[in-house]
Design a protein around this ligand. Structure first.
Ligand SMILES: *[C@@H]1O[C@H](CO)[C@@H](O)[C@H](O)[C@H]1NC(C)=O
Ligand SMILES: *[C@@H]1O[C@H](CO)[C@@H](O)[C@H](O)[C@H]1NC(C)=O
Ligand SMILES: *[C@@H]1O[C@H](CO)[C@@H](O)[C@H](O)[C@H]1NC(C)=O
Ligand SMILES: *[C@@H]1O[C@H](CO)[C@@H](O)[C@H](O)[C@H]1NC(C)=O
Ligand SMILES: *[C@@H]1O[C@H](CO)[C@@H](O)[C@H](O)[C@H]1NC(C)=O
Ligand SMILES: *[C@@H]1O[C@H](CO)[C@@H](O)[C@H](O)[C@H]1NC(C)=O
Ligand SMILES: *[C@@H]1O[C@H](CO)[C@@H](O)[C@H](O)[C@H]1NC(C)=O
Ligand SMILES: *[C@@H]1O[C@H](CO)[C@@H](O)[C@H](O)[C@H]1NC(C)=O
Ligand SMILES: *[C@@H]1O[C@H](CO)[C@@H](O)[C@H](O)[C@H]1NC(C)=O
Ligand SMILES: *[C@@H]1O[C@H](CO)[C@@H](O)[C@H](O)[C@H]1NC(C)=O
Ligand SMILES: *[C@@H]1O[C@H](CO)[C@@H](O)[C@H](O)[C@H]1NC(C)=O
Length: 771
């Protein structure tokens, strides 16, 4: 791996002022139990505004101007809400919303997931080989599976923005097809863009890693892929709320959420104590990019508290930041149960159900995903909470009807943009033949191999030439990894499923007598998953022993392939002379076995880079998972977190690490560009300097408040490939602050681009950065 190009740019330090404001209602109440039948569209209706559907309900559609497609969305939504009684309104605050059949509005299920392909998580998506759920209408096409892309941590490792967007586009096409078939929704609660602050976090696999900027770019591209309709990038009548979208994506989980269950600190009750600086730089940044640059149509608030206040009841975070400062065009949804958890588990301020519901709605929540005691006709609970307590909250004066109207307006504007009322012509014809297409399957295979990271390759052990290495011995628990390992979580049944062993066996014979050994190890969802953080970051002990055993027994150095989401301390293998090559394959999805074989046999030259630091296990003994600080805390002996604040001895493989089968070199066209920013006098402000700094400049930093900040710096990086094998290379551009400034990051990613460089060729990558 070549070193990152030396681009030392200016660093601007931002500060944010936090305002804390909350109301504290109190009282008690009891829950009511109701039984509600939930139906979805009948076979014949693809949209709400279908005259025949109204006629079947005994209604005349032309009396309802919310179905008048010539009117602006905002007018139609006002009309719709105007027809509804307060009871009807409240019954639509949960994810299984009841609609208002009396005035033509059918029920809608909001909860669909598409983290890396259409997922069967949630009550909405129906694959026919899974158990039947409400909404199954016979006579429609059978769909047993969808394209399962690699898990997000792999996809992130590609550092390829085009790939991120392409996956969003493919997933949303399959989603629209599922919707047309009555098997899926239009509102997807993906992506998960929480920063991986601690290597023990159980959900690292779902995320784009530890860098807030990379996570933000991932979010922007995935969301644009999910939402954008070609030809509709411009905003009709300058009204961003009216831009039609293909599916609705959701930036989650907002905010400062990354403790699931560690030493009995669970996400339901954990209070993340976060400094204003970490909040702005790290925890909010991907969300800000997701909303502002991705124009995501939804944000999900998290279970945890932030500085004492449950995220879903924090008016400053919701109405203030997301809707006010960032201008969300869409709806805010709670993580599933978050409102109930406030009352039942966090016992926040002694709130009961009505108090929690009121606090959430008044803070800016528009939709509650939550468990309740309401059951459907088959006795299964319908998961929502606000519709149970909402009426009580209104009756007790804790919530105004206008607050409920406001929440519904945000919901229905989103559904209008999705064509729920009118359908969208471009997508109306999608059907089962648009799911698991060859194109999507090859994107899944290509994506999986783009994200694989070569960690070690002594003596160019890899790639193997199947003409020379005729047979290999294959060992390890993940050689025949089942679907639940390869596919990770938030997944559906894959179109096709290839294990590592099957992938390898297409190229060479598998024999135990072979002289070349490949060991497929790693961890799985028993060790890292939602609701379960890791105790340590090593391999299971017996696996380490087994790897060492095969390394010793094998005549040649062995190849180790690691399947995992988070990093693993494989110090024992890093320098072991009999472990010649190490490949991290993440959880590579349905096409994973093929993708692994492509890399091992050299059909694909790996170019992925680690999107998070791989630490040695000793690191986690130095800091509790519950310390949210990114910077070191010397008083407590805590090292800093992530590559931005930790470069100590407990790093096994750094953020951005990744080898190739070829050698790349850099030539930077520019060297020390300086940019002049005209700022009138009197705008200096102080910085904190390291104690060792004797004299500080008169003007330490420039206050750029009120300055347009449009100045840019441009430079080219030329990457040359010194080898006889073409390959992709990721150029990472870092900014490095002046070394004398205290508390600044060591460095941080300011830009990145993946480029293909042909054998013995070169590629020039232009960068333009806003200073
Ligand atoms: C729900 O549907 C079932 C089956 O169609 C019906 O028997 C039952 O009466 C319905 N319940 C309500 C509350 O409408
Ligand atoms: C529906 O209402 C429109 C306008 O109010 C009227 O012109 C039309 O005749 C009505 N249709 C039926 C079937 O009643
Ligand atoms: C869907 O409903 C039909 C008719 O009730 C039934 O035959 C079929 O098995 C159901 N499909 C699933 C996947 O349950
Ligand atoms: C978590 O709580 C359980 C039950 O109270 C207890 O048995 C266990 O030791 C605790 N675990 C840790 C790591 O504190
Ligand atoms: C939350 O509280 C409810 C009611 O006391 C309980 O049933 C549930 O198990 C709790 N959930 C968690 C995650 O502690
Ligand atoms: C599905 O869509 C394809 C492509 O538009 C079309 O050729 C085919 O007839 C459709 N199949 C069904 C069952 O409607
Ligand atoms: C996917 O669905 C197709 C069509 O029903 C079926 O033939 C295939 O076995 C399924 N694949 C998997 C991996 O379940
Ligand atoms: C290690 O031990 C676990 C638990 O006993 C077992 O399930 C697993 O198969 C073992 N793994 C290896 C590689 O021996
Ligand atoms: C580029 O940087 C090097 C090392 O700092 C320096 O020696 C050289 O003079 C610089 N070249 C230009 C054109 O500034
Ligand atoms: C980068 O390269 C392009 C094409 O070779 C050239 O036009 C441009 O001026 C270069 N930019 C810089 C900042 O050197
Ligand atoms: C980036 O991803 C796209 C879409 O999969 C792919 O076509 C392209 O080759 C990738 N770029 C590089 C440099 O690998």
């Amino acid at each position: 791996m070549a070193a990152p190009p030396p681009s030392h740019l200016l660093l601007a330090i931002l500060t944010t002022t936090l305002l804390l404001c909350n109301t504290i209602p109190s009282a008690t109440a009891a829950a009511t139990t109701t039984t509600v039948n939930v139906t979805s569209f009948g076979k014949a209706y693809a949209k709400v505004c279908d005259g025949d559907r109204f006629a079947e309900l005994g209604l005349n559609m032309s009396s309802f101007s919310y179905c008048d497609a010539s009117l602006p969305y905002a007018d139609r939504v006002r009309d719709l809400i105007g027809w509804m009684t307060v009871e009807e309104k409240v019954s639509n605050l949960g994810d299984v919303s009841r609609g208002a059949p009396r005035v033509g509005l059918p029920p809608y299920k909001w909860w669909s997931e598409a983290l890396h392909g259409i997922s069967s998580t949630g009550p909405t998506t129906l694959f026919d080989d899974l158990h039947s759920r409400p909404g199954n209408h016979s006579g429609r096409a059978t769909v047993n599976n969808g394209t399962v892309f690699a898990n997000v941590i792999n996809t992130a490792a590609s550092f390829n923005e085009t790939l991120w967007k392409s996956i969003g586009q493919a997933v949303s096409t399959e989603a629209r097809a599922m919707y047309n078939l009555g098997k899926g929704g239009l509102t997807y609660w993906s992506p998960n863009i929480n920063v991986v602050r601690d290597p023990r976090w159980g959900r690292a696999l779902e995320t784009p890693g530890e860098d807030p900027f990379v996570a933000g770019r991932y979010a922007v591209n995935f969301v644009r892929g999910m939402q954008d309709i070609p030809g509709h990038h411009s905003v009709p009548n300058n009204d961003p709320y009216a831009r039609p979208i293909k599916t609705a994506a959701c930036c989650k989980h907002y905010a400062a959420y990354d403790v699931d269950d560690w030493h009995n600190h669970t996400r339901f009750t954990f209070d993340a104590r976060v400094t204003a600086r970490d909040m702005a730089e790290t925890f909010l940044r991907p969300f800000e990019m997701c909303v502002r640059e991705g124009d995501a149509s939804s944000v999900m608030c998290s279970y945890n508290r932030v500085n004492g206040v449950p995220a879903c009841a924090d008016a400053r975070l919701l109405s203030g930041t997301v809707r006010g400062d960032w201008g969300l065009h869409g709806y805010i949804v709670s993580d599933c149960d978050a409102v109930r958890v406030m009352a039942d588990n966090a016992t926040w301020l002694g709130f009961d159900g009505a108090d929690s519901s009121a606090a959430a709605i008044r803070a800016g929540l528009d939709l509650d995903c939550g468990e309740s005691w309401i059951v459907d006709e088959e006795g299964r609970p319908l998961r929502d909470f606000l519709s149970v307590y909402g009426m009580e909250a209104v009756a007790r004066g804790k919530v105004r009807e206008a607050d409920v109207d406001n929440a519904l307006r945000n919901q229905y504007m989103t559904l209008m943009r999705l064509g729920y009322f009118d359908n969208i012509a471009e997508y109306a014809g999608l059907n089962e033949t648009d799911i698991c297409t060859d194109e999507h399957k090859s994107l899944a295979r290509d994506g999986a191999r783009q994200g694989m990271v070569l960690l070690k390759n002594d003596g160019d052990l890899l790639p193997l030439d199947p003409k020379k290495v005729l047979a290999v011995a294959v060992h390890g628990p993940h050689a025949r990894a089942p679907e639940k390992v390869m596919d990770g979580d938030y997944t559906g049944p894959p179109c096709r499923y290839v294990t590592p062993r099957q992938g390898i066996s297409q190229d060479v014979k598998i024999s135990h007598k072979a002289h070349m050994t490949i060991y497929f190890g790693g961890i799985n969802l028993h060790i890292e998953r939602e609701g379960n953080d890791r105790e340590d970051i090593r391999l299971p002990k017996n696996q380490t022993e087994e790897i060492l055993h095969f390394a010793k027994a094998s005549p040649n150095p062995i190849i180790l392939v690691i399947l995992s989401g988070g990093g693993i301390d494989i110090s024992f293998a890093q320098k072991h002379p009999k472990i010649g090559a190490i490949l991290w394959a993440g959880y590579p999805g349905g096409e994973g076995g093929n993708a692994i074989a492509d890399v091992i046999f050299g059909r694909y030259n790996p170019g992925g880079r680690l999107p998070l630091t791989w630490y040695k296990n000793k690191y986690i003994k130095q800091i509790p998972m519950t310390s949210m600080e990114l910077r070191p805390v010397p008083e407590l002996g805590y090292p800093g977190r992530t590559y931005k604040f930790y470069d100590g001895p407990e790093i096994l493989y750094p953020f951005g690490y990744g080898l190739s089968y070829t050698k790349f070199h850099y030539e930077t066209g520019t060297n020390g560009t300086s940019v002049k920013i005209p700022v009138p006098g009197g705008h200096c402000k102080g910085l904190s300097y390291k104690p060792s700094v004797a004299t500080t400049p008169a003007c330490q930093a420039v206050n750029v408040d009120g300055h347009a900040c449009t100045e840019t710096v441009s430079f080219n990086v030329t990457v040359t490939n010194a080898g006889a094998r073409g390959g992709a290379h990721v150029v990472l551009v870092h900014t490095v602050p002046p070394p004398e400034v205290a508390q600044a990051p060591i460095k941080q990613v300011a830009a990145f681009r993946r480029v293909f460089v042909p054998a013995n060729g070169a590629a020039t990558v232009p960068f333009t950065l806003n200073v």
